[in-house]
Design a binder for this molecule. Structure first.
Ligand code: ATP
Length: 586
């Protein structure tokens, strides 16, 4: 298959912002594609070359890419740099340079998809001394035979800026449309949620059709997408929703970790499916000691503890350990963590995700011996709101955020990758009037004035709407930033700057600066109100209006463990608004 066939699809995808149209374009392409190619196509269309949880990453630094472009085209450096400063996007710059360069491609080979994919894989895998030169050579080799429009997308993917706006859900919809019926979409979703590998799902569908998905199971080594919780404001409402009785657990304020154990080899994944193993060698060691079996997937929360008192500390303490390459040993001593396990998804070759929670909990107790650093979540089965409230106070006193209520009914399976009422969070913030934290995405900024001259004065924040795959504005955030954070913001945000409003952002406000939705901040709101200037949950309460979070404050926590599509959804804010309204009226 020629790379240009895929490029034509990219161009078609870029020419529309309608998700339905994108789904159609992809479905038609998938149907006509040779199954041997569908895997790389799925990865590349989403800007990668392998599933997200694999170690190979592209994201070539701009400087190195620039060198490659010069080497591949022989173009004048001053001209390229000028273009680079003006355009910002390596894809457009590359295409323009290719259009103006001498046409030497008369006898060059047309680029095949395999050749481009192999080169990208090699670029991602090269490391160590001399690897930069090898990367330049490898990439220059394919660029040499690329047409201008092909070079545009090679540049984008290799620098980590593919940005076609194709979410996993869009690929799932297209795969279902291409290879299954509407009613079978759930099976496609589940196959993705338990393997986190859309390329694999696509390949199986293409080769064997929908029945082939029956052979896709939970696998040690493929992170399972996290099950998420809904929220409710009172023990009464939670118990009612759960059928009168539920298991309540401490809700630890830490870092969610999914551990895959395979005969002594332990891999830790974050909620975003990043491999955390090298950052937590202490957790690997203590889990290895506490686990009595051979293979398992267990899930828990890594909680920072005070070495002197053994008490739990706030989440920020564990975040000191994230991303550290140097001084890790010192960090382990300074910020020790404990693993509080709460679920077992796989044990000794058996997929447990379809079993009810009590059975999974039993499996967990069977395969773990409690040690100093590995424990099970504190849990109690309760049916009395007063007892729940007591347990809640106990959890807060122990340094937790509140409780997690979990269904123990027959249907209490592990719903990978979805948020529902089988798990309900009950946090301390719900006790005061609309005083809950939300995780919002920065989509724009306003220049600062007065004391904030020279830095951003406020940020335009958005929720995520998964149905439309759009980010909808919900507030202008200016409080809660200290001077150091304000000074840091441009550095954190500038790499996401876009010349105009990003196509996935719905906004009626005109920001001074726009960003690709990327950075997620935790925000504490005081109140929700209907607003004609925001687009969150637009037209859902009143035509022409959305919802706004009033008196928002940055809590100081950058939610680096969340991707923009993991941010609080517009629907969640709408639910919060309705609940707040009920309480105000009642
Ligand atoms: P969410 O994960 O729901 O998107 P979030 O990351 O802001 O939101 P919360 O809403 O505070 O987190 O609550 C859910 C998280 O609580 C889980 O993802 C998990 O990391 C954590 N957690 C702590 N204790 C438990 C527990 N006992 N059972 C399940 N999750 C727990």
């Amino acid at each position: 298959m020629l790379y240009q066939d895929l490029v034509k699809v990219y161009q078609a995808l870029e020419s529309t912002s309608s998700r339905l149209e994108m789904t159609d374009i992809l479905a038609r392409f998938f149907r006509s594609t040779d199954c041997a190619h569908i895997k790389p196509i799925v990865y590349m269309t989403q800007g990668g070359i392998v599933p997200d949880f694999y170690p190979e990453k592209l994201g070539m630094a701009d400087k190195l890419y620039l060198r490659t472009l010069l080497a591949a085209t022989g173009a004048k450096e001053t001209m390229v740099r000028e273009l680079w400063d003006r355009e910002g996007d390596p894809g457009t710059v590359t295409e323009k340079v290719f259009e103006t360069k001498r046409q030497t491609t008369l006898f060059s080979e047309p680029l095949t998809l395999d050749r481009v994919y192999d080169a990208l894989l090699r670029v991602a895998r090269l490391e160590g001394s001399g690897s930069q030169e090898s990367k330049v050579r490898c990439l220059a080799d394919i660029l040499h035979d690329a047409k201008p429009v092909e070079a545009r997308y090679i540049a984008r993917i290799v620098t980590g800026r593919m940005r076609l706006g194709v979410a996993s859900q869009t690929v799932i919809d297209s795969l279902a449309l291409a290879f299954a019926t509407k009613a079978e979409k759930g099976a496609v979703e589940r196959a993705f949620n338990v393997t986190s590998d859309l390329g694999l799902v696509a390949e199986v569908l293409c080769l064997k059709g929908i029945d082939g998905l029956n052979d896709i199971h939970v696998m040690v080594g493929n992170p399972i997408r996290a099950m998420l919780a809904e929220r409710l404001p009172s023990p009464e409402e939670i118990l009612e929703k759960m059928g009168g009785r539920a298991m309540f657990e401490y809700k630890y304020d830490g870092l969610r970790v999914q551990a895959h154990i395979d005969n002594g080899k332990i891999t830790l994944y974050s909620r975003r499916l990043e491999d955390l193993t090298s950052q937590f060698p202490d957790v690997v060691k203590s889990l290895g000691e506490a686990f009595t079996g051979r293979t398992a997937i267990v899930e828990g929360e890594c909680v920072p503890v005070d070495i002197n008192t053994g008490e739990m500390l706030p989440f920020q303490e564990v975040s000191h350990r994230r991303g550290r390459k140097h001084g890790l040993t010192a960090a382990i001593e300074e910020y020790p963590v404990r693993l509080q396990l709460f679920d077992c998804l796989y044990l000794e070759g058996e997929d447990l995700t379809m079993l009810p929670l009590p059975d999974r909990r039993t499996a967990l107790t069977r395969c773990i011996v409690i040690t100093e650093n590995v424990r099970l979540s504190e849990a109690r089965v309760l049916d009395d709101p007063a007892k729940v409230q007591e347990f809640f106070t106990e959890a807060l006193n122990a340094g937790c955020e509140g409780l997690m209520a979990k269904s123990i009914n027959d249907d209490s399976v592990y719903r990978a990758g979805s948020r529902g009422y089988l798990w309900i969070k009950y946090k301390k913030e719900y006790r005061s009037e609309m005083n809950d934290t939300v995780d919002l995405v920065v989509v724009g900024a306003f220049h600062g004035r007065g004391r904030r001259g020279g830095v951003y004065g406020a940020l335009l924040m958005a929720t995520y709407n998964p149905d439309e795959d759009r980010f909808e504005t919900v507030s202008k955030l200016g409080s809660g930033f200290d001077d150091a954070t304000l000074a840091l913001l441009p550095e954190k945000l500038n790499k996401f700057r876009t010349p105009t409003r990003h196509s996935m952002v719905e906004s009626k406000m005109e920001a001074d600066v726009w960003f690709e939705p990327s950075l997620v901040l935790e925000v504490l709101g005081a109140e929700l109100s209907v607003s004609p200037i925001h687009t969150c949950a637009h037209d859902r309460i009143r035509d022409g209006a959305g919802l706004a979070i009033r008196f928002p404050r940055f809590t100081g926590t950058f939610r680096d463990d969340k991707r923009p599509r993991d941010a609080t959804t517009s629907q969640e804010v709408l639910d919060m608004y309705n609940k707040q309204l009920k309480r105000v009226e009642g």
